[in-house]
Design a protein around this ligand. Structure first.
Ligand code: FEO
Length: 164
């Protein structure tokens, strides 16, 4: 059975993952309105992944005999200044999510909750991947600067993101 402490932080994490989905969807909407169809697709696919993360935690709480209590999701920002601005915010956001997941893992370690540690290891690996992807896109965007042709190319590449 999940401890009350872990139940609480995992419930909080469900909210953070749903907020991530909301945040990415808002970025996707901005990209779509800015004629950046490739980035819009990349971001909406990321929003779907975040919903899956929320559901993975949701199911885990139930599997361990805990109770899910959904919380209010804050309104995400709707305006961004550029594609670089968007992906810098993605990078910063994922670093925060990594810190949240690490904190839950530390609690699971303290409680000797091995099942939660195993569950959280998947999320820790996922965060490595997400931070790496965000950093690569930010690097690419910093390199191209504001050259329209190169930005168009990056947007095209982002649009090739495959479903996992
Ligand atoms: Fe669910 Fe982007 O971490």
């Amino acid at each position: 059975m999940l401890s009350k402490t872990l139940e609480t932080v995992i419930n909080d994490q469900i909210k953070h993952e749903l907020y991530s989905a909301y945040f990415y969807l808002s970025m996707s909407a901005w990209a779509e309105s800015s004629n950046l169809g490739g980035a819009a697709r990349w971001l909406s696919m990321q929003a779907k992944e975040e919903q899956e993360h929320a559901l993975k935690f949701f199911e885990y709480v139930h599997d361990r005999g805990g109770k899910v209590t959904l919380q209010a999701i804050p309104q995400p920002p709707a305006e961004f200044t550029s594609m670089l601005d968007v992906f810098e915010q993605v990078q910063e956001h994922e670093a925060k999510v990594t810190a949240l997941i690490t904190h839950i893992y530390e609690l699971a370690l303290k409680e000797n909750d091995y099942a939660s540690q195993i569950e959280l290891q998947w999320f820790i690996s996922e965060q490595v991947e997400e931070e790496k992807n965000a950093a690569q896109i930010v690097d690419m965007l910093r390199m191209v600067g504001s050259q329209p042709q190169a930005l168009f190319q990056v947007d095209h590449e982002l649009g090739k993101r495959a479903a996992h």
